[in-house]
Design a protein around this ligand. Structure first.
Ligand code: NAD
Ligand code: UDP
Length: 313
């Protein structure tokens, strides 16, 4: 198949690309390197089935080859990146998704959107099932991303209802692993890099807030399963690991791997930072036959080794 990945130079996109290339598909990556990296794709440049297009999805997309499937990932995902230029983030979510959808329609391609647990905002329901409509502050510093993704989801469903476009919507929960940037700013990469470089671990708030961390290899399997699922799976599907950890517990896990006692520096909690997050994955389990299999302690070991090499470069 000819498969397009928007945002393929980023963390999730580059991992997905590696798997789809080894499955022998022809891969087209479209990216503008806003938060992605050329280094994530260097090893693929001489592959016969790899094509790269430098493009900003806020502009209309033109590719002459017939595309069968599109994984639409392009969007900065780390608060540090998406808050650095919030208007850009909203434009990428809304105009970008509109351009991807119009392209999919012209190509008659199936298109999967990577939405986010952020559509649930700072949730009052725990764990979060797909039916929960969320608690998002539309005027806060996270709104460019949260509301951008919510609007993009609505565009996906409108293209399906109005034009019969074949769509899939995945709601990703915090994912980590190799190919993240060391300056990405998200919690797992920050804590691991701080531990390697022997600088204090920066906890925002008191560290009792929780997240549920999914290792990238599990997520990639889930994305492929959803993309290739039956056409009656039209509803959004949570993809994440339901094992929930406080940030203090995460520090403890990293302490075990690094074999060091880590110093913590408590910093102010950013506005609207969700207090807890844990996916209800019954739909993914029952309808896709997917559930994560990699424990946090194992995923962190691989990620730690990856960053040890990265920080030597
Ligand atoms: P990332 O920032 O590493 O990758 C995003 C990629 O999109 C980058 O390569 C970036 O350069 C590209 N991009 C950004 N704006 C673009 C534009 N206007 N035109 C073209 N390319 C553009 O993020 P990630 O962690 O790989 O996330 C991938 C997707 O998954 C995002 O849509 C994100 O919202 C979603 N998601 C990720 C997580 C997670 O924990 N990783 C959680 C929830 C949702
Ligand atoms: N966080 C932290 N220290 C850091 C980076 C993040 O304490 O160096 C916190 C952040 O405030 C949030 C949690 O870790 O409570 C997860 O943050 P991340 O940016 O990874 O993703 P989010 O789930 O908030 O989008």
């Amino acid at each position: 198949m000819n498969i397009l990945i928007t945002g393929g130079a980023g963390f999730v996109g580059a991992n997905l690309c590696n798997t789809l290339i080894s499955d022998n598909h022809n891969i087209f990556i479209l990216d503008n390197f806003h938060s992605g990296r050329k280094e994530n794709l260097l090893h693929l440049e001489d592959k016969r089935n790899f094509n790269f297009i430098e493009h900003d999805i806020r502009n209309p997309i033109k590719i002459n080859e017939k595309i069968d499937q599109i994984y639409h990932l392009a969007c900065p995902a780390s608060p540090k990146f998406y808050q650095s230029n919030p208007i850009y983030t909203t434009e990428t979510c809304v105009l970008g998704s509109l351009n991807v959808l119009n392209f999919a329609l012209r190509q008659n391609a199936k298109v999967l959107f990577t939405s986010t647990s952020e559509v649930y905002g700072d949730p009052e329901v725990h764990p979060q099932p797909e039916s929960y409509k969320g608690s998002v502050n539309p005027t806060g510093i996270r709104a460019c991303y949260d509301e951008g993704k919510r609007c993009a989801e609505s565009l996906f469903y409108d293209f399906h209802r109005m034009h019969g476009l074949d769509i899939k919507v995945a709601r990703l929960f915090n994912t980590y692993g190799p190919l993240m940037r060391s300056d990405d700013g998200r919690v797992v990469s920050n804590f691991i890099c701080q531990s390697i470089s022997k600088t204090p671990i920066t906890i925002y708030g008191d560290g009792t807030q929780t997240r549920s961390f999914c290792y990238i290899d599990d997520l990639v399997i889930g994305l492929k399963k959803l993309m290739n699922s039956n056409s009656n799976i039209l509803y959004p599907v949570n993809l994440g690991n339901p094992d929930e950890f406080s940030l203090l517990e995460l520090v403890h896990e990293i302490e075990k791997i690094s074999n060091k006692e880590l110093t913590i520096e408590f910093q102010p909690l950013p506005m609207d930072d969700p207090k807890m997050r844990k996916p209800d994955i019954k739909k993914a389990q029952n309808d896709l036959g997917w559930k994560p299999s990699i424990k946090l302690s194992d995923g962190l070991i691989n990620t730690y080794d990856y960053f040890l090499n990265e920080l030597k470069k």
